[in-house]
Design a protein around this ligand. Structure first.
Ligand SMILES: Nc1nc2c(ncn2[C@@H]2O[C@H](COP(=O)(O)OP(=O)(O)OP(=O)(O)O)[C@@H](O)[C@H]2O)c(=O)[nH]1
Length: 422
């Protein structure tokens, strides 16, 4: 199964919600027309927008930085301690970026600028008759329901997007952009989906950035997020992918307050084949982080991933705890942490927006990973986050297995979200 099919089947709940909603909206006041009429109709917008190319909805691969195939889970190796990293590097793992030369002073908050300017102007959909039909000038008998885009319809579309957790502002922005130059035009469900997908992709493209990797080691990755958002699982998946790419990884179990959290991380460490450093329950996470830093430096690890507690009930404590972790690791490396990943649970919908707000204040969040996009009808929240915060989205979690972490591809995501056939 291709990555797109997998993503699409995983995002089914959001896309089928949008699908059903769109069918209902177009049916409501829409009119049936046959395909040949549709062709005549579509000739109008095509001449109004002469720059519009031949419709091409094939998602283009992301130009930068990697072709990013979803790597297979790391094959567990007999030797779990990656002291000696093999020099031949296998294909880079999905959510990573090509290693870049570490600057002398590594600005953790803005490591690499990736120019992504790939906005494709939405071409009006043309319904083509079959090849033979066109050759013989035969008309297709298929009928398509279309509805004229008016204020009522725009309002309904907006409500539909809000119901998929896209947030009010983003939903308004998306529908306004869809309506631009098309007000009064008759649109089918497929055409609306295509326009919607293009708008979503346009919003998401600037934030689709794999986690940057530096040549300076150990690269410290602090992982934050509320309890149960998927931090441990994501660390396990990332560690596995980094390891598969030839990186040596060390994990620090920074949530020292919950024995179960530490155990779970150890299980993931075993799956990924990377060592997990732990400390006795209730001990200071900052001192564990310091020890982990020492160990990572001694063993020449490429990456140190630090799990943290995510209790938001007492924000002041959490803030102090994170600040202390950062202070002590900076004693070892003033440029650390090099990435602060915020892990968000897609099923929390719009609540993810306030989590970003809180964690941006508590920690210097450098990028996002959105988990549990499978099996939720709230996938639209990612669009809302991209639109509101512009933080890089490094990867998305689409399942509980070790290889269920996909690179974030805006066009694939937009097509899967809207249920667009590609
Ligand atoms: N379906 C699905 N489940 C996921 C995904 N990521 C994590 N989970 C599940 O979510 C639950 C919580 O994940 P954890 O990784 O333990 O979350 P955490 O943030 O480390 O939680 P705490 O240790 O309590 O702070 C587990 O049951 C995971 O299997 C995902 O992408 N999809």
């Amino acid at each position: 199964m291709s990555l797109f099919s997998k993503l699409k089947s995983r995002l089914m709940k959001t896309s089928s919600k949008l699908d059903e909603g769109l069918e209902a909206i177009v049916e409501d006041g829409g009119e049936e027309s046959n395909v040949s009429e549709a062709l005549v109709e579509e000739a109008v917008p095509a001449t109004e927008t002469p720059e519009a190319p031949e419709p091409d909805v094939t998602p283009e691969p992301m130009p930068e930085p990697e072709p990013a195939p979803v790597p297979e889970p790391a094959a567990p190796e007999a030797d779990p301690v990656p002291a000696d990293v093999p020099q031949e590097v296998p294909p880079a793992p999905a959510p990573m970026e090509t290693p870049v030369e570490a600057p002398v002073e590594m600005p953790a908050e803005a490591p690499v600028e990736i120019p992504v300017e790939k906005v494709v102007e939405a071409p009006a959909e043309t319904v083509k008759p079959g090849f033979l039909g066109r050759l013989l000038g035969r008309k297709e008998s298929k009928t398509v329901t279309r509805r004229a885009l008016d204020d009522d319809m725009l309002e309904q579309l907006e409500e539909l997007l809000i119901s998929a957790d896209m947030g009010v502002e983003t939903s308004m922005r998306v529908t306004a952009a869809m309506a631009e130059g098309r007000y009064g035009k008759k649109l089918s469900v497929e055409e609306i989906k295509r326009l919607m997908a293009q708008e979503v992709a346009r919003i998401m493209e600037p934030v689709a950035k794999p986690m940057p990797l530096y040549t300076k080691t150990p690269q410290v990755v602090l992982v934050v997020g509320v309890n149960g958002s998927g931090k441990t699982t994501t660390i396990g998946k990332l560690a596995s992918q980094f390891k598969a790419a030839g990186k040596s990884v060390v994990i620090a179990a920074g949530d020292t307050f919950r024995a179960a959290a530490v155990e779970q991380l150890q299980v993931w460490g075993e799956r990924a084949g990377v060592p997990v450093l732990t400390a006795p329950e209730g001990s200071d996470p900052a001192s564990l982080a310091f020890d982990a830093m020492t160990k990572a430096q001694e063993t020449g690890a490429d990456l140190l991933m630090i799990d943290t507690a995510g209790r938001l009930q007492n924000r002041a404590d959490l803030m102090e705890e994170l600040a202390k972790i950062v202070r002590v690791i900076r004693k070892k490396d003033p440029t650390a942490p090099h990435n602060t990943l915020l892990v968000l649970d897609a099923t929390t919908g719009q609540n993810a927006v306030s989590q970003v707000e809180i964690f941006r204040n508590i920690a210097d969040v450098s990028g996002l990973v959105m988990t549990k996009l499978d099996g939720t009808a709230k996938g639209g929240v990612l669009v809302s986050l991209a639109d509101k915060f512009g933080l890089p989205i490094h990867a998305i979690g689409v399942g509980e297995q070790i290889d269920d972490l996909a690179p974030f591809d805006p066009e694939e995501f937009a097509a899967a979200l809207t249920g667009l056939e590609v």
